[in-house]
Write a protein of this length. Structure first.
Lengths: 113, 408
């Protein structure tokens, strides 16, 4: 069984939603992860905060951002165990960020250590 | 207390203290000697007390006799060493203090250190539990065999191999240093948790032994909680978990020894004293910022003490299982999580999640599916319960499942 990263790409929810709505999304995310963990397929993962983020450019210039204003920003990832990329993609389908139009999940096999 | 009750009672409470102190004094290579001296002491009591009467302070009497026997043993060794290996002794610079310290402080320390010594990752968990029962709890081989649904020969062999390992590994009876305390504590907690579960979920029909196992696990965990070095948040959390679980001990088994399911339990039989004790230790467990699997399980067990079927209860339990499964997967946590899910989103949605678990050799898996299909499609529910019945191994489990089938 291989490990896959499921990468969430979406805009910063706190800019478009109320704290209550954010909390509901958080609960949905936990239920999604719990469902994968209940199949003993969850490996690890974390959300990535938009606040106080930096981008380091090729000339080593450091700027603020990304600000999560576009739907392609990485908002977090989890790693799962799966028999195939298709099974990993099946897991990704359950992620609540897909409820937002334009948001995506990227599924990538983790290179062998 | 009458004499015929007094000696067994003292054996239960004092044997383990004498063994721990003597073994710590002699070293693990003389564990049998320590056990022999403790056993001889009780033999002497049972031979003397019926004729001379019970001494005024029976515990002091036992300690006095044990001390003398231990001193004699050390003296004999001393004579041997002096005659045979005098030079060896001088060169090794060992001292031959024969005093035996049976003060409350040393008894307590010795037992705690013994706990750490026994709970070694190098020994299989069931042997750790066996040794703990023997040395730390003063259980007889027969009682241990009963608890494990095994026989005396198997248990003796298991304990013998474990003692060999301790000797070979040259395991010291001492507190682990600050750098290793957390790792070592984790092994101790696992063993205590298994010991508790052995009592709580054991297939043994003997309710007294089962309750004793739970009580002993709680007693040892309390010793850890009360010690400065080991009284960490996760230890408090484990004790809280045990208190919450144990509060339902009497309610979950009826007069005929039958298992009473949670929904059918009489709340009046729940032990409210243990529930408040659990709440107290759970509160103690919140110091610091560690969140162990025991914290989460204690929080789940707390909700178990709230019988009312509220949305808040099941949503909290679901989130706790979500967290627990991320820290440590177990089939039973996966099944319980799915049950909690059915209580929050309904049976249809939970069936979809349940069928993904594919725990096809686990009778609880089919029992859960049977439960979820009940009222949705009773024919499928019956098929699942039948499958659960064929996979279950114990009579109480089979009876519980048959009742479910009959009520469809």
């Amino acid at each position: 069984m291989d490990e896959y990263a499921l990468i969430m790409r979406h805009e910063d929810g706190s800019k478009i939603a109320s704290p209550e709505q954010m909390q509901e999304w958080m609960k949905q995310t936990m239920d999604w992860i719990g469902g994968i963990a209940a199949q003993n397929k969850f490996v690890g993962g974390t959300g990535l905060l938009f606040a106080d983020a930096k981008v380091v450019h090729h000339n080593k210039v450091v700027t603020d951002g990304p600000f999560g204003e576009i739907k392609e920003t990485i908002g977090g990832f989890i790693t799962v165990r799966a028999e195939s990329i298709e099974e990993a993609a099946e897991f990704a389908k359950g992620c609540p960020v897909l409820g937002g139009e334009g948001n995506t999940m990227e599924v990538r096999r983790i290179a062998k250590k | 207390m009458k004499q015929q009750e007094l000696i067994p009672h003292l054996f239960r409470t004092e044997y383990r203290k004498i063994v721990s102190v003597l073994c710590k004094r002699f070293g693990f290579d003389q564990l049998e000697t320590a056990e022999d001296i403790a056993a001889d002491t009780f033999l002497a009591a049972s031979q003397t007390w019926p004729y001379k009467g019970i001494p005024q302070n029976p515990v002091a009497w036992l300690y006095f006799v044990a001390k003398n026997k231990a001193k004699n043993h050390l003296q004999r060794n001393l004579v041997f060493e002096n005659k045979v290996s005098d030079e060896l002794r001088i060169s090794s610079g060992e001292t031959y203090e024969t005093e035996i310290d049976l003060s409350p402080q040393n008894i307590n320390d010795s037992q705690l250190q013994m706990m750490f010594a026994i709970c070694q990752p190098s020994i299989p968990p069931e042997a750790q539990i066996g040794l703990s029962l023997r040395i730390l709890c003063g259980f007889g081989i027969e009682e241990i065999a009963d608890a494990f649904l095994s026989n005396k020969e198997t248990i003796n062999k298991r304990l013998f191999r474990a003692k060999e390992k301790l000797r070979e590994g040259n395991v010291k009876i001492e507190f682990p240093g600050p750098a290793e305390i957390n790792d070592r504590l984790a092994t101790v907690l696992t063993t205590l948790y298994l010991l508790f579960n052995e009592g709580y979920y054991s297939c043994s029909q003997d309710t007294t032994i089962r309750k004793d196992l739970c009580d002993e696990a709680m007693r040892l965990c309390t010793m850890l909680v009360e010690n400065k070095l080991s009284g960490k948040p996760e230890v408090n959390a484990l004790l809280a978990l045990m208190c919450f679980q144990a509060s339902r001990f009497d309610a979950r088994i009826d007069q005929n020894g039958e298992l009473v399911l949670y929904d059918d339990q009489d709340i009046n039989l729940w032990d409210s004293g243990l529930i408040s004790k659990g709440a107290y230790f759970l509160n103690c467990a919140t110091t610091g910022n560690s969140l162990s699997k025991y914290h989460i399980q204690a929080a789940i067990a707390y909700w178990g003490t709230q019988k009312a079927d509220t949305p808040e209860k099941w949503e909290s339990v679901l989130q706790l299982y979500n967290q627990l499964l991320q820290i440590e997967y177990s089939p039973i946590a996966a099944l319980n999580r799915t049950y909690a899910l059915s209580k929050t989103v309904g049976k249809e949605a939970a069936i979809i999640e349940a069928e993904k678990l594919k725990l096809t050799n686990n009778h609880f898996y089919y029992a859960l599916l049977g439960e979820l299909y009940t009222g949705i499609d009773n024919d499928i529910a019956r098929q699942h319960f039948q499958k659960a019945l064929s996979l279950s191994r114990t009579q109480p489990d089979k009876r519980t499942i048959r009742k479910k089938i009959d009520s469809l």
